[in-house]
Design a protein. Structure first.
Lengths: 110, 141
C-alpha cells in the first residue's frame, strides 16, 4: 500500500513531503520516545507521533520510514516541514488520535 | 588494513535542528560503499544516539567514521562536561537530560544502551570537566 492511498482513505492532510507519497507503507509504528523508535522502528513503517520538532525527520529519514502521521490536528513546526520536503518524507495530519489512527490503518491493512 | 573512508563531522551543542545530520551523511556514504542494509541500520542507531548525546549533554564535539575492509569504526568525542559515573550512565532508564530534551522525546536513558547493543565492540572513556569519548566497532564480515 502506498502512502497516497492512506492519505485518500483516511482523508489526511499532507503538510509536507508530497514527493514521497508513492512510498510503500510497510507496517505502522507509534511511539514518542525517539530512542525507542530508533531501536524498534522498521523500514517502511508509517510512524504516528505527537513530536513535531525537526529531529523527527532525522529519525524518519535514518530509519527510512514511509511517512510521519501527526494525530489530533497538531500543528507541525515549519522548520520540520521544510526538512521533510528536503528529505521527501510525507508529514500527514489527522484529527483522529493515535489509537483511532491505528484502528483505521489496521482496517486498511497497513 | 586499507582505509576505505574517513570522515569527520562537527556536532554543535543544543542544535536539535541539525542534530542527526552527521549520522545521515554517514549513512549515505555507507550506502554508496555498498555496505549491507542490516549493518547500516546498526550504525545508524549507534551514530544517531551518539550524535544526539553530544547535542543534548555536551558543549560540542564531533563524530568520526572510518571504514575498513573488515569493519566500521565510529568515534564520538565531546569536550565535556564528562560523565561522573559511567556504570550508571550505561544503565537503561538512567538519564540526566534536561526537561526540554525530555519533552522533545529524548532522555529516556536508552542512548548508551542502544549504542552498546548495536555494535560488536564498545569503548567509553570520560573525564569529568574534560571530555567523553565513545568508540564503537561493527564487523563487516
Amino acid at each position: 500500500m502506498k502512502v497516497r492511498e492512506i492519505v485518500d482513505s483516511l482523508r489526511l492532510k499532507v503538510l509536507a513531503g508530497e514527493t514521497g507519497l508513492d512510498k510503500e507503507v510497510n507496517g505502522v509504528y507509534t511511539c514518542d520516545l525517539l530512542s525507542w523508535v530508533m531501536s524498534h522502528g522498521k523500514q517502511g513503517n508509517a510512524w504516528i507521533t505527537v513530536q513535531i520538532h525537526p529531529n523527527v525527520i532525522a529519525v524518519a529519514s535514518l530509519l527510512e520510514f514511509s511517512c510521519v502521521i501527526v494525530p489530533e490536528d497538531i500543528d507541525v513546526e515549519e522548520i520540520t516541514l521544510n526538512k521533510a520536503n528536503d528529505e521527501a518524507i510525507p508529514v500527514l495530519q489527522s484529527s483522529l488520535n493515535a489509537y483511532e489512527l491505528c484502528v483505521e490503518l489496521n482496517k486498511l491493512g497497513a | 588494513m586499507d582505509e576505505l573512508l574517513n570522515v569527520k563531522y562537527d556536532v554543535a551543542s543544543g542544535d536539535f535542528i541539525r542534530g542527526g545530520e552527521a549520522s545521515s551523511n554517514i549513512k549515505k556514504l555507507l550506502q554508496q560503499l555498498g555496505v549491507r542494509n542490516d549493518i547500516i541500520k546498526r550504525i545508524c542507531v549507534a551514530c544517531y544516539e551518539a550524535e544526539m548525546n553530544i547535542v543534548i549533554h555536551s558543549v560540542g564535539g564531533y563524530i568520526e567514521a572510518k571504514v575498513f575492509s573488515d569493519r566500521i569504526e565510529i568515534t564520538a568525542f565531546d569536550n565535556g562536561p564528562g560523565i561522573e559515573n559511567i556504570d550508571l550512565a550505561l544503565q537503561e532508564g538512567y538519564s540526566t537530560a534536561s526537561n526540554l530534551a525530555r519533552e522533545m522525546g529524548f532522555g529516556g536513558g536508552m542512548g548508551l544502551p542502544n549504542i552498546k547493543r548495536s555494535c560488536d565492540e564498545f569503548y567509553i572513556d570520560s573525564k569529568v570537566g574534560e571530555y567523553t569519548k565513545i568508540k564503537i566497532i561493527v564487523y563487516l564480515k
